[in-house]
Design a binder for this molecule. Sequence first.
Ligand code: SF4
Length: 448
Amino acid sequence: MEECCGIFGIFAPGCDVSKLTTYALYALQHRGQESAGIALSNGQNICLRKGPGLVSELLPKFKELEAIPAVSAIGHVRYSTTGDARPENAQPLLISYRHGSMAVAHNGNLVNGEELRERLEKEGSIFQTTTDSELIAHLVARYGYSDLESSLKGVMPYLHGAYSFLFLTEDKLICMRDPYGIRPLSLGQWQGHHVLASESCAFDTIGAEFMRDVDPGEMIVIGEEGLKSIQVLPTHRKALCIFEFIYFARPDSNIGGANVHLVRKELGRRLARECPADADVVTGVPDSSMAAASGFAEESGLPYETGLIKNRYIGRTFIQPSQQVRDIGVQLKLNPVQKVVEGKRVVVVDDSIVRGTTSKRLVDMFFRAGAREVHLRISSPPVVSSCFYGIDTPTYEELIGYQRQVEEIRAKIGATTLGYLSQDGMLGAIGLPEDNFCVACFSGDYPI
Ligand code: SF4
């Protein structure tokens, strides 16, 4: 499962907004490593720098923006789904239309994107990318209102799916979030100026304070005159992606008032109660499962050990979609600590099993390193459905949890025992109302 994107926006006239945006993108790098970009406004024009690669690899380009006395900026880091890795899809997108210029960046996926695109193409639109950002730019350009805010309000009811959008014009920073709030978006304050980000860890990095999450269905317009909030669409049901807590978000981020690290630890505690193991030592798969593993160890009274080492110097771009390369990637990325696991009954805690190929390899690695037994514990329920809201998931048939019982999955993976946390256990660990979340990849119950 891979996140699609991270976004950041700042409106701070006279401040070093390009540097702040670069730092924020560093903090959001875990949400996408394929391309990055910054669009910056000096009040009259918008400049754009973007390209393939990590934020660190694009620094020379971003540094060019530092010479511009800026008012505001938006930034984007991107992970593309398979077959969608075209360089022109890097964001933000910059377009000129009859009312000026506009840069767009987004996180999420419109479920009616293809339908809207087809309609626009029939009416004469020509697309250069396959992104929802370009789609919305076309819709806005056609809408006919003289200001972007009115156009977006008119367009929003036609958009179905998961989205958090940022728009930058010469004099405004605008965000909007889908009425289910599937993809996260938070509002913060930096030295009296407003900032927006996919995750609060970006605020911490630049010294900004978290103010609140952007409400589902809300549009926020930030300009010289301050901040204006408009509830464009009503919210009938919130559906934040629960995978933010399980895997995507950084542990130091807070979402909906809950800290991601503490939630993961609680997932591990509940997992230990639901699926105990007769074992000698507990270890976690770095990085997202370390907190759950420590919670499991605490609850079960077993010692916690670092049993797997992650090579942090292998970029994601190296581990790209072909199955052959993915196989090598697992071995390059993770290696067990032989002296820790040799002759032991080891509990290995992981956050999820998707295809099962990585889990099988992990289990094999532990046995090869001398583990006597490998008890695999998963801090979420079996993934049984694909995601249509912007997360790259395999097809149903490729999901090991699709139409298989736990014992069948265990046999395929080769673990001594296998245990998953229940859906109730997972929701209980977060401590927020259950109907706040999308859990469709575990339940098949899609909010849209
Ligand atoms: Fe998140 Fe799964 Fe819902 Fe997609 S289907 S938004 S991955 S919970």
